[in-house]
Design a protein around this ligand. Sequence first.
Ligand code: HEM
Length: 128
Amino acid sequence: MRLYSAAPGAFREAKTNITYEDFTIPKGWKIFWAFIGTNKNPICFDEPESFDPSRFEGNNVHAPYCYIPFGAGPRSCPGKDYTRFVILTFIHNLVTKFKWDVMILDEKVSGALVPIPAEGVPIRLYKL
Ligand code: HEM
């Protein structure tokens, strides 16, 4: 979800004129808030390109709004808790009940706005 966000970002509307560095976003303009801007920013995450689940463990907290795959604020994703539960249950069963091999180790990720594995991530499952 950090390296390859399922959603690329979210839209917002500027409530006031916003000046950032040499740019001004006029009040009323639509803004696309790209999650990758913080997900892969070394200010937010050390070695941002590396897959390291332990960065989310224990007291390792990231700054607010650095990791927001489900958006943030009052219009954030209402399916967030359900999705986390489904993914956790799926991963738990996958790693505790099966041995599995990824069949294409260098599979490409295609897609434009949403990352899509080019071959659908085929895996070989062996029931434990
Ligand atoms: C991996 C799964 C999912 C991801 C990454 C995801 C991501 C997002 C994101 C980024 C937004 C925009 C939030 C914002 O503007 O701040 C959103 C909105 C929304 N999501 Fe999800 N979502 C997921 C699954 C689901 C599921 C399972 C449901 C429903 C059962 C759902 C229902 C919605 C709805 C209704 C909105 C619009 C909320 C609003 O505009 O007030 N999403 N989602």
